[in-house]
Design a protein around this ligand. Structure first.
Ligand SMILES: Cc1ncc(COP(=O)(O)O)c(C=O)c1O
Length: 439
């Protein structure tokens, strides 16, 4: 077919015509990346402090990750989970012994929502084995208001935000949302149908809210008292992002073993793949209640699976990312750079920013919504304050991520440098001050 007379279509045209409009997308079209930097189609350079929403833990095109993918792709990309995949076994060992440091086993999948599906199924299985007095399974998982657990049907039922559920009813049964960090409300929510409590140690999409150590202690006690599973969603906050490989350790401020606060299962995705699509669920090796089988063996042959989970190419990529994070101690670097960034943000005294919160490199700038709405440009745009500011920053070539209407997140690569942080803070200051000056 002769296409020479066709008008070339821009990326924006292609999106409007052919891509399902599930995302409100910004008009930035990155085509190349290196470290914390991205370049768009026109060759314009951006400082990436969104990190693909807490995914690009090593930055873009890190040679260790790129090299591992290239080498593995040349030897074996895929083989089925019907067979023993050596790299999957090695990675599982690394995650159990090098990350969790608590005996257990790992199930591999492809995304955060899918890793969480494993947690829900584990809870259902446990609730079947430890039923209510009338013999019916316990099915209810308590999650928290403002949480985010993914976009599958179970994921939106688990998520404690109305906006993800609207129009998708009837929702899957078996979830109840309690207020985050409210111990008394949580105690009141537990009932004979409850089988698990599941939380993000630091809520990401909900606007960077950390659980208090007392809250985690109370969850541990409730789980013991009522024979509940203690489930952690570390999809966004895990694998070094908050300053420790185990996010709940950062929140606790001490080793979980010393505090005796150990989850029964944890989900991961995002940062562990550094951009390679991946998810995983760790299951604790422990027997509980009257169940003779260990938690880590409850999902037995035929009970759960996924075609691509833990395939050779994915395992090579994730192993490279994990080894780099562990060898370079990027979790500690994240803690140090996060403290540096928070300090610089506070010193900068940025217009519109009324608070800076978060742990490690999972940082939220809390926006004074009224001050942003008072800008005539914001009013004309019709955008909520966080998105209005993120757009202004995009134009200034600094990429950030909104969370709700009043938080702008900063989620740079875990190996970000002080110089890059200084540049980002300078860009934030000049952009926000310009918005005020040109109002
Ligand atoms: C805490 C948390 N859980 C689950 C998910 C879902 O992960 P995915 O988008 O990989 O399915 C996300 C995604 O933002 C998340 O932040």
């Amino acid at each position: 077919m002769d296409t020479s007379t066709e008008t070339p279509q821009t990326t924006q045209d292609l999106f409007e015509k052919y891509v399902a409009p599930t995302y409100g997308r910004f008009r930035v079209a990155p085509v190349r990346g290196q470290g914390c930097w991205l370049w768009d189609e026109a060759g314009k350079k951006y400082l990436d402090f969104g990190g693909g929403i807490a995914v690009c833990s090593l930055g873009h095109t890190h040679p260790r990750l790129t090299g591992a993918i290239q080498a593995q792709a040349a030897s074996l990309i895929h083989c089925s989970n019907l067979y023993q995949i050596p790299a999957q076994g090695e990675l599982a060992k690394l995650l159990v012994e090098g990350v969790m440091k608590i005996p257990g086993k790992v199930f591999f999948c492809n995304s955060g929502a899918e890793a969480n599906e494993g947690l829900y199924k584990l809870a259902r299985r446990y609730g079947t084995l430890t039923p209510k007095a009338n013999g019916e399974p316990r099915i209810e998982v308590i999650t928290f208001q403002n949480s985010f657990h993914g976009r599958t049907l179970a994921g939106i039922a688990a998520t404690g935000q109305e906006k993800v559920k609207t129009g998708f009813g009837p929702l899957m049964e078996g979830f109840q949302h309690a207020p985050y960090n409210d111990i008394e409300a949580l105690k009141a929510a537990v009932n004979e149908n409850t089988v698990a409590i599941m939380l993000e140690p630091v809520q990401g999409e909900g606007g960077i809210n950390a659980a208090s150590p007392e809250f985690l202690r109370a969850i541990r006690d409730l789980c013991q008292e009522h024979d509940l599973l203690f489930l952690l969603d570390e999809v966004q906050c895990g694998i070094g992002r908050t300053g420790h490989l185990r996010a709940w350790e950062t929140v606790l401020g001490e080793a979980p073993e010393a505090a005796n606060i150990v989850p029964d299962a944890v989900s991961w995705a995002k940062g562990m793949g550094g951009g390679f699509p991946f998810g995983a669920m760790w299951l604790r090796d422990v027997t509980k209640s009257s169940v003779s089988e260990s938690i880590c063996n409850l999902l037995g042959p035929g009970s759960h699976g996924t075609t691509y989970g833990g395939a050779p190419l994915a395992c090579a990529a994730v192993t490279a990312v994990m080894e780099e994070i562990i060898e370079k101690d990027l979790a500690s670097h994240s803690a140090a750079m996060g403290a540096y960034l928070k300090n610089k943000l506070r010193e900068a005294d940025l217009p519109f920013v009324k608070d800076v919160r978060g742990l490690g490199l999972m940082i939220g700038m809390v926006i004074d919504q009224d001050a942003v709405k008072a800008l005539s440009a914001c009013e004309t745009s019709g955008l909520v304050p966080s998105i209005f500011l993120v757009e202004a920053l995009n134009r200034a070539k600094l990429l950030t991520v909104p969370a709700g209407a009043d938080v702008v997140r900063l989620l740079p690569a875990l190996n970000v440098s002080e110089a890059e942080i200084d540049t980002a803070v300078f860009m934030l200051k000049t952009t926000f001050e310009k918005l005020v000056a040109t109002n």
